[in-house]
Design a protein around this ligand. Structure first.
Ligand SMILES: Cc1cc2nc3c(=O)[nH]c(=O)nc-3n(C[C@H](O)[C@H](O)[C@H](O)COP(=O)(O)O)c2cc1C
Length: 193
């Protein structure tokens, strides 16, 4: 897949074919790709927890908050839930610039998932204390976000932002719409020849 095609396909999917499992070797490949990306001062402060066990999936799910802009929806129903999770952890003793590492790793993991025919969504809005307890994560590691993963079961389309409204929405056919600012809006100036 060419990069633009991969980037277009790499949307935030929140509904999945729950019975389509993701092999541990594929989850490890996602981390292998994240492993070789840039990191400020090359500090590499991240660690990851990989989960594809249905029982642990079931325990993680209640601690996640889904699609804040879609008020009438509390997240995917049983049968449409993620079949795997990657919990991204950062060590602030190693780096005070974790956000760069989180962002680069997140995009790398999601692009790898997309390339393999899967998809996912970053969940930053989650109960970190409960997840720490459940997954027995050492106290020196903070939870950056939870990456939900699975075989996507929804249609998502991009559209241009109108009237500065960036809120994503769902239409009557259950298609998820994501407004993106136009290229013209992003480029402040060009000093080119
Ligand atoms: C760091 C980060 C945290 C996010 N946290 C959540 C979240 O808690 N819940 C959720 O449903 N989506 C979350 N998202 C997904 C965004 O809502 C999504 O990226 C945005 O709507 C744009 O859609 P797109 O990814 O398909 O372009 C998060 C995305 C990022 C990058």
């Amino acid at each position: 897949m060419f990069l633009k095609e991969l980037l277009l396909k790499n949307r935030s999917y929140r509904r999945f074919h729950q019975d389509e499992t993701i092999d541990a070797s594929i989850l490890k490949e996602m981390i292998e790709n994240a492993r070789i990306t840039p990191s400020p001062s090359n500090l590499q402060p991240l660690k990851f927890v990989l989960v594809n066990d249905p029982e642990m999936n079931r325990k993680i799910f209640p601690f996640l908050k889904w699609a804040g802009f879609i008020k009438v929806w509390n997240g995917p129903e049983e049968g449409e839930r993620p079949s795997a999770y990657i919990i991204m952890l950062g060590n602030r003793k190693i780096s005070t610039h974790l956000e760069w590492d989180y962002g680069i790793a997140l995009q790398t993991i999601l692009l790898t998932a997309t390339e393999k025919g899967f998809g996912g969504c970053a969940i930053g809005s989650c109960d970190r204390d409960k997840l720490h307890q459940l997954l027995e994560i050492p106290k020196n590691l903070e939870i950056g976000c939870v990456i939900t993963l699975g075989k996507p079961k929804e249609k998502i389309v991009l559209e241009e932002v109108k009237d500065d409204d960036i809120k994503y929405w769902r239409d009557e056919d259950d298609v998820h719409h994501v407004p993106k600012r136009s290229l013209k809006d992003l480029i402040l100036k060009t000093v080119t020849v």
